[in-house]
Design a binder for this molecule. Structure first.
Ligand code: NAP
Length: 289
């Protein structure tokens, strides 16, 4: 078979060379006997601007979309899932019958993983960050009936935008949640929260500071860092040192990948089965495709 004839899926974004997605998806395609291939497509802005041409050039049936195109991709969609319409970002697209449909599996990935760790109902949450990932997190928390969500982002406008969006989500979900924006980490009132989430990129680099003073990490707090590489950010190391429950974002990554896989393959499989295959694949890391 010509490589052009192989049905392909993949990831677009820039930069993406360290992505774990090929390893996860190709392992699942193999496990469930699907003759597909998942590849990395690092697209710079000029290439992305010719997105339809790119899609036609290869036999691509579906894509994950990451930074910086999760919002820009909306312009190319023929239809959106409810979560894409609500959040305003898509991380998964599927091409079928010449139509492109967009999904947001980030919010579902976070929700699935958080529910394994804690009951989100009435949870009091302190959130660092109000960017793309934070939007998916807040949408998920509101759908799961969380209580209070206090958020802080150094970009005040992004925080305002997220609070504005969340008002609509609360209305649509008939939720009792309350989302408020604060002006500093101190004002997050972490001592009166059950869950602290880091949805900023702070912690990716070893030189990054610890955003939250250790005195705020109280014994009943659960700490969730969306970052998964490194597996232990400074924040998670501090939580561990204090004996708290904590998690990195690997579970979220795996569940969003498993949900995307179900959209790609249209297979009638339980998400937990796909997630288990992907998790196993990641224990044996290495570049692929
Ligand atoms: P993003 O859109 O750039 O949003 C990050 C936000 O954090 C920005 O608004 C940024 O403000 C803000 N920020 C930066 N430093 C801050 C600080 N010191 N205090 C408060 N806010 C600060 O990025 P994203 O796509 O949301 O991703 C955020 C993190 O989540 C990344 O580390 C990413 O790898 C991770 N993530 C994980 C998963 C997963 O599956 N586990 C999925 C998605 C994302 P400025 O723009 O002004 O810097």
């Amino acid at each position: 078979m010509d490589s052009k004839d192989i049905v392909k899926f993949g990831l677009i974004g820039y930069p993406i060379k360290h992505s774990l997605s090929p390893k996860m998806h190709n392992a699942a395609f193999r496990k469930f006997n699907l003759p597909y291939r998942y590849c990395l497509y690092p697209l710079k802005t000029d290439d992305f601007n010719n997105f339809n041409g790119f899609l036609d050039k290869e036999n691509i049936k579906g894509l994950n979309v990451t930074i910086p195109y999760k919002e820009e991709i909306l312009a190319y969609l023929d239809s959106k899932s409810d979560s894409v319409a609500a959040i305003g970002a898509a991380n998964t697209i599927v091409k079928k019958d010449e139509k492109i449909r967009g999904f947001n599996t980030d919010f579902l990935g976070f929700s699935k993983h958080l529910n394994e760790i804690a009951d989100p109902c009435r949870l009091r949450v302190a959130l660092l960050g109000a960017g793309g990932a934070a939007k998916a997190v807040v949408y998920s928390l509101i759908k799961d009936k969380a209580g209070i969500i206090s958020l802080f982002d150094i970009d005040v406008e992004k925080g305002k935008d997220l609070v504005r969006k969340s008002k609509k989500w609360i209305e649509d979900c008939k939720s009792d949640a309350a989302v408020n924006q604060v002006e500093s980490v101190e004002e997050l009132d972490i001592l009166n929260k059950d869950l602290l989430i880091n949805a900023t990129p702070v912690g990716l680099k070893e030189s990054d500071p610890l955003l939250v003073e250790k005195k705020f990490l109280h014994k009943n707090l659960i700490v969730y860092d969306l970052i998964y590489n490194p597996a232990r950010t400074k924040l998670l190391a501090a939580a561990e040192e204090k004996g708290l429950r904590f998690s990195n974002g690997l579970g979220m990554l795996i569940y969003q990948g498993a949900e995307s896989f179900l959209h790609f393959s249209e297979a009638n499989l339980e998400i937990s089965k796909v997630a288990a295959v992907m998790e196993e694949a990641l224990t044996n890391r290495g570049a692929e495709c």
